[in-house]
Design a protein around this ligand. Sequence first.
Ligand SMILES: [Fe+2]
Length: 320
Amino acid sequence: MSNLQNIWHTNDIAELGLEQHVFELENAGLTIVPLEKTGVPMETIDRAIEKILARFTERTGGCPISIEEGPMGELEFDGQRKSRFPGMEDDQPQPTQTTLGQLIKLDRSLRDLVVNPVANALIDYIVGPEGNNAPQDPDKAPPKARRLSNGGTSFIKWQGEYGYGPNLGLHCDQNGSAHPWGRTSLACNAMWTFTEYSKEGGALCYVPGSHKALMAPSGSGEAHLAVPVEAPKGSLVVWHGATWHGAFPKLTPGLRLNATIYYRHLMVMSQENLRVTMEDEPWDDCENPDVMRELIGFDDRFPYSKPGRKFPRFVGSNVK
Ligand SMILES: [Fe+2]
């Protein structure tokens, strides 16, 4: 950690007691924060689970689902199942995972997780400030550069051999970003575990220290380096955008469930146009509307729809 990072971030990190997690992010590229440390009540997690499962039933056209049993009915997926990961056949077996997006629209409980101060302090730590060299007011914290890339996604995964292939789908979340990469995380995830995470239960996996390679994995031969992210329900898992990660197949009954909140540096293009998609949504119904406003980027200068700068006018002209 450089001195500059110390100056930028010490206050939030120290006040929230997150030094150990910052150390792990620097060295391993991933950290697991227990629920107690995030200040989130288990009722918030349970309410979010209830809303996601209800939405699953609605979106599938009526398939019941539970944490213990998974989907309780036959499901079909449209189209040919092409894999996005190398080393896998194009025609895969029936998937045993689906994703539900735009979680912040779904319920207040999920909006509260998005603005959680611990998640945001750690994301702020790895994303860093704007990169503007203009002098800052020394008495004020510099403006935060972390923004949402999308409204959050739940990975709903149930028992099955279907997985991400022999290389466990290892990839980086800032894959599309221009090289060279550096210390700054350009896009990265804060994931809330809604079920216990174990290797057999299809946990996230990652390669400790891989963010220091500053490049994506090759796509073969790296899986033996991956370790499972094993954590109890309600944990917060934060990792750097350059950290190699994937997941194990879920070999146990029931669901593996999460809420994965995808953040970005403000100069990196977002996946979702949140300023538009959230305009008429109840975004300010949450524990910290100021942080939500900042994360959505409502007041950001870019991208603009009309240039804001005044054009000079010929003195005496009648043209408006
Ligand atoms: Fe990822």
